[in-house]
Write a protein that binds this ligand. Structure first.
Ligand SMILES: *Cc1c(COP(=O)(O)O)cnc(C)c1O
Length: 369
């Protein structure tokens, strides 16, 4: 569907043509093997075996593909998608550039498994300065970076990477494809966790790789078929069902984040406030030209683990939880997971509650803490 608004796009994405008596979104197809034609075998039908073939998964992939503007392969988790990208592209002797301030499990994977396989890693700060990418096989970016919310210029980094002969990919988890469409900025591939705002109900783990380069997508598809990191049919169906409200959920989350950021900016007991939608934020300039909407995530520092604990205990609306992008407002002290952040650093994910209630609850909880 082209030339429609985001709300229309997500409601219709990946749906089959109407068939009288059938549901709008067909239910999950649970199958390991499917019936085969006795003579022609797997050549006769689209579905032969569940690892490579599932119609519920294909419908979800078609839907996300409409949002990203590319071919999509869904994975069981975001990490399954990211490691599929890394391991299907990188070979012994290669160098990969990854964000110094991005999702911490990616750094751990690079510094463990990739190093053991003979792949060297260069850590690159999302906001720069950027090293030369000469001799680098793949540049993986993440923007806005989780959890620090720095933003990089996608078109500029695509140019820098390509002129050095490197492939370039971006983790689009935080923005979602309604926040930015990285393939349109020249990225070779997009990876993302669908566990966060994309599905947004805190009940599904999902990941995907998207791209328009047929060779690269064929490698990713083969990787998935051979290593088996596919999502189950029920999770694909839940994810597809959840996509229809993405525009509404993001709109409310962004509005809530704007209200929360304004509240926090006014308090002198909160430091290090980051929200790329604030005019004073270091990411503001690039985010406002590159992104179609600003995510509902705000980060800040409360000074100590103890103060974060008091804040969480005092709040009636903010759940202590990791992950982000869900319906419920949640806050996570990242250092408790081993992420490289100060002890009082909090990533707050705004849900879809009423802004006035959130602001009142947050101010009271901060006063009490
Ligand atoms: C959560 C996250 C991942 C990993 O996703 P899972 O679905 O938890 O495996 C990767 N990248 C970013 C930016 C994330 O926030």
């Amino acid at each position: 569907m082209s030339d429609v608004g985001d709300g229309t796009l997500v409601v219709h994405a990946g749906l089959p043509d109407p068939v009288p008596g059938e549901p709008f979104l067909p239910g999950p197809v649970f199958a390991a093997p499917y019936h085969l034609d006795p003579e022609q075998g797997p050549a006769a039908a689209e579905n032969g075996y569940g690892r490579p073939d599932n119609p519920t998964r294909r419908a979800l992939e078609a839907a996300i593909g409409e949002l990203e503007g590319g071919t999509v392969r869904a994975f069981a988790t975001g990490q399954a998608a990211i490691t599929a990208l890394l391991l299907s592209v990188l070979r012994s002797g290669d160098t990969v550039a990854i964000p110094a301030d991005g999702y911490f499990t990616v750094r751990a994977f690079a510094e463990g498994t990739l190093r053991d396989l003979g792949v060297s890693t260069v850590l690159v700060p999302t906001a720069g300065p950027y090293p030369s990418f000469e001799g680098v096989r793949l540049v993986l970016l993440e923007t806005p970076a989780n959890p620090g919310l720095d933003v990089c210029d996608l078109a500029e980094l695509a140019r820098l990477a390509h002129s050095a002969g490197a492939l370039v990919a971006v983790d689009n988890t935080t923005a979602t494809p309604l926040g930015q469409r990285p393939l349109a900025f020249g990225m070779d591939l997009v990876v993302a966790s669908g566990t966060k705002a994309l599905t947004g109900h805190s009940d599904v783990l999902l990941g995907y790789v998207a791209g328009n380069n047929e060779d690269l997508m064929a490698k990713v598809t083969t990787w998935r078929a051979q290593t088996g990191g596919t999502p189950g049919a029920f999770d694909c169906w839940l994810a597809h069902r959840s996509l229809a409200t993405l525009d509404l959920r993001l709109a409310r989350q962004t509005a809530n984040a704007a209200a929360v950021a304004a509240l926090l900016a006014d308090r002198d007991d909160v430091t290090g406030l980051r929200w790329p939608g604030l005019q004073s934020d270091p990411s503001y300039d690039i985010a406002s030209v590159q992104m179609r909407r600003i995510p509902g995530i705000v980060s800040f520092d409360l000074g100590s683990a103890e103060r974060v604990a008091r804040f969480l205990a005092a709040s009636e609306l903010v759940f202590a939880a990791t992950s982000f992008g869900g319906l419920h407002t949640t806050a996570d002290r990242r250092a408790q997971w081993g992420d490289d952040t100060p002890p009082g650093f909090v990533r707050l994910s705004c849900g879809i509650e009423d802004a006035s209630d959130l602001v009142a609850d947050l101010s009271a909880a901060l006063d009490a803490a």
